[in-house]
Structure formats: C-alpha cells, structure tokens
Ligand binder design. Structure first.
Ligand SMILES: Nc1nc2c(ncn2[C@@H]2O[C@H](COP(=O)(O)OP(=O)(O)OP(=O)(O)O)[C@@H](O)[C@H]2O)c(=O)[nH]1
Ligand SMILES: [Mg+2]
Length: 393
C-alpha cells in the first residue's frame, strides 16, 4: 500500500459477476479505462478474481474486482464458483453482467445470491451492439463494452449506489478538542518492524482531526507519562495484549479502553462482540471455537490468534475446547457447528465483510466476538473498557 493511499477497508468494493463470456472483463476494462483483465472468446478466460484499487470518478476510491464466470461446469467450475462467492462477501456493490436481454435461470440464481446478502446491485446487459438495444433496461442498463457505449451511465449509476460515508468515527467522537489521549503501544518481538499497525495509525489521525493531542508510550513508561501530564488524560487506549499490566497502572478515574474495542465499535459489531465474550464462560471440553484472522500477513495477530488466545482461554475456562483457525478471505460457509467465533480486530476487512461474517454466525445462533473484547473479558476489565463508550462522553 502506498503511503497516500486509502486503506482497502475504506474503499468501495465493486464486484462484476456473471456467466462465462458475458463480457465481465471487457466491461471492467472499459469502466477502469485500463487493460486490467484478459479478454477472449474462450469461455473461462478469467480463472481467479482480479482486483484493482483506483480512483473512479465520480465515485472516489474504489476496489474493482473482476470475477471468474459463475457457471459451475466440472471441477474447475466448482473452484471458480467458490472464489466468486468469496468476492461476494466483500462487495459493497455488485454488478451482474449478462449478454442476454432477459436473465437465464443460472443468472437468476446468481442474482438471488446477491439479493440474499442485501448487496446493492445493478444488472448490465452487455453486447448491446449485437441486440441494438440502448439506454435503461428493465431494472438495469444496456451497454456495449465493444463500442464503449453506456459506460459513463454505468459509472454514474455506480456512484449513486455507493454507501453513504459513515458517520461513526474511530475515537474522535469520544473526545474533545484540547484533550490529551494516551496510546499504549508495546513494542515487543511481535510488533512489526519500523512501523505501527493500522488501528494505531487511525487512532492518531482521528485524535489529530478532533484537535486533541495524542501521547504515545510503551507500558514501562506509562506511569511516568501520566504523572508528567499537567491535566488528567481524557482517555487511555491500550493494545489489548497489555491490558493486564495497563489496568493496574491507569487510575480508576481515568477512562481506559483498547484499540480492539474501538475497532469493533467502528466496524459496527461491538454489541455482538460483548455478548460473544460472555459466551466464553460457557465453553466446555470439546466445545468448538473458530479463531478467524482477517489477513494473512500480520505476525503479531497470528501469534495472538493461534498461540496466546487458545492458552488464555484454556486457563480462563479450565476446559479443553477444540480450536479451528482460518485466515485471510477464507471463512467457513456454515458456522452452525461452532460454539463461538472469535475474530481478529478486522482492521484489514471492509465493513460488509465483517458484518457478513457476524451475520453468518448470529443467524445460526453462534456467538461472534473479537480478540480484544475476549481479552478484556478474561482480564475482568470489559466493563471498564466499555465505560468511555457507553458514557458517549
Ligand atoms: N459484440 C460484442 N462482443 C463483446 C462485448 N463485450 C465482450 N465481447 C466479447 O465477448 C467475449 C468474452 O469477453 P470477456 O470480457 O472475456 O468475457 P468474460 O465474461 O470476462 O468471460 P470469462 O472470463 O471467460 O468468464 C470476447 O470475445 C469479447 O470480445 C460487446 O460489448 N460486444
Ligand atoms: Mg473474464
């Protein structure tokens, strides 16, 4: 990611879906005005999702995703369909590309998958040069990728469908201009080299936007930092792993929370996370726990997810639950076998993907929580770390 780029989670994700040879890649190339995907008359040219992050006017920062055709012929077909379903899970907007004037049965099936997920969508009837149709179709648009017709209208339609900018802030709405906020960021062997992770960056930026001051410290220097301030800090935000040490240092009258709890709130699943954390206490020997990581490259999270969390959970519950681990965009379709899903902070996933995962769990009665919230619960300070948020300050 370039330094000036919008983080992926903040971009509008637009997926192009349809049967093989409908012209998905051709339409995507026209929309992005780039030769992003290979085009040919061979069915099944696109075998893996192709992603491109860009500024798309009049919409702003987007990630465009071209997908493999959805017809599930043969074993390869099944793989294509699986990959396409994963893309569906991250989409804010879905475009169904068809070369037909009315949808075929398979296309209707695909459309119902999109509708089931409540993804705003649009049907694009491509190859209008062959049919001679133009303009708006019933519930869709006619375009011709070949002649570059209807593409501007398509972009405008996409812009009008974009989700509204969210009003919830990472932390700025909990503080006031002039406040001092202490951020506790332990630098140990699992911290990434030479930088700090996304939720920490977002917190610092948001505190600046609020006209407040952030004071960044490790655990060892925290007590001295608090002492050295002329006024009491308005809030302390800590890395979840340092909770047990930090809670002893920060006096009760200073609000304390964690990056994970703020992230869960920002992503819209804090209530579920709190409920899910309490479900931890019901785990027994053999209970099935899914520990899901949103990305595949954060050593720090991996270490927490696969090593520390299971050990802490065994100690907290006194039970021997059975753990399953997933990472990246892979996530089980059916969660009904699990007694609890514990997700990472999801800083790299967009809101829809997190919400879909949460809904998939809650729909089948499986509680859903995140690393930081269970860690706060196991340390007995969940109530305290929610206080700054409940009070709304
Ligand atoms: N006449 C006409 N042909 C088109 C148009 N758009 C695409 N095609 C042709 O349709 C064929 C398939 O186009 P692709 O863009 O590769 O289709 P796709 O949906 O990405 O196909 P897969 O990747 O195989 O799933 C190619 O031969 C294109 O040249 C169009 O607007 N008009
Ligand atoms: Mg293609």
């Amino acid at each position: 990611m370039g330094l000036n780029e919008t983080p992926s989670a903040e971009r509008v994700h637009i997926g192009f879906f349809g049967m093989r040879n409908a012209g998905k890649s051709s339409v995507v190339n026209r929309v992005t005005n780039q030769e992003m995907s290979l085009v040919s008359d061979v069915k099944g040219t696109t075998t893996d999702p192709v992603r491109k992050s860009m500024e798309l006017l009049p919409l702003g920062p987007v990630t465009i995703i071209d997908t493999p055709g959805f017809d599930d012929e043969g074993a390869l077909g099944k793989m294509r369909v699986g990959k396409t379903r994963e893309v569906l899970a991250v989409c804010d907007i879905a475009v169904l590309v068809t070369e037909n004037e009315s949808l075929t049965e398979s296309e209707k099936e695909l459309l119902s998958l999109i509708e089931k997920r409540n993804i705003p969508h649009l049907v694009v009837h491509n190859k209008s040069d062959l049919s001679g149709a133009s303009g708006k179709a019933h519930g869709g648009l006619f375009v011709s990728a070949k002649n570059n017709e209807g593409i501007e209208q398509l972009k405008e339609a996409l812009a009008s469908m974009a989700p509204k900018k969210k009003t919830v802030r990472f932390v700025a709405d909990l503080i006031e201009a002039g406040d001092t906020v202490i951020l506790v960021i332990p630098i140990d062997s699992s911290a990434p080299k030479g930088r700090i992770i996304l939720p920490q960056q977002e917190a610092i930026r948001d505190i600046l936007d609020a006209g407040a001051v952030s004071c960044v410290t490790g655990v060892e220097t925290l007590a001295d930092t608090i002492d050295s301030l002329k006024t009491k800090p308005a809030l302390v935000i800590t890395d979840s792993q340092a909770f047990s040490k930090v809670m002893k240092i920060v006096p009760e009258d200073i609000p304390l929370t964690s990056f994970s709890i703020l992230m869960a709130r920002y992503k819209g699943f804090l209530d579920a996370a709190v409920e899910g954390a309490h479900a931890l206490d019901n785990l027994k020997d053999g209970s099935k726990v899914l520990i899901a990581e949103g990305c595949t490259h954060h050593r720090q999270c991996e270490d927490i997810g696969t090593v520390k969390l299971p050990a802490w959970i065994r100690r907290h519950t006194g039970a021997e639950p059975e753990f399953t681990f997933t990472s990246g965009h892979g996530f089980p379709d059916d969660l009904s076998d699990f007694d609890l899903v514990i997700h990472c902070g999801a800083c790299m996933l967009n809101d829809n993907e997190v919400r879909n995962r949460m809904t998939a769990a809650l729909d089948v009665g499986t509680p859903f929580t995140n690393y930081g919230t269970v860690i706060a619960h196991m340390n007995g300070i969940l109530e305290r770390s929610l206080r700054p948020i409940k009070n709304g300050r």
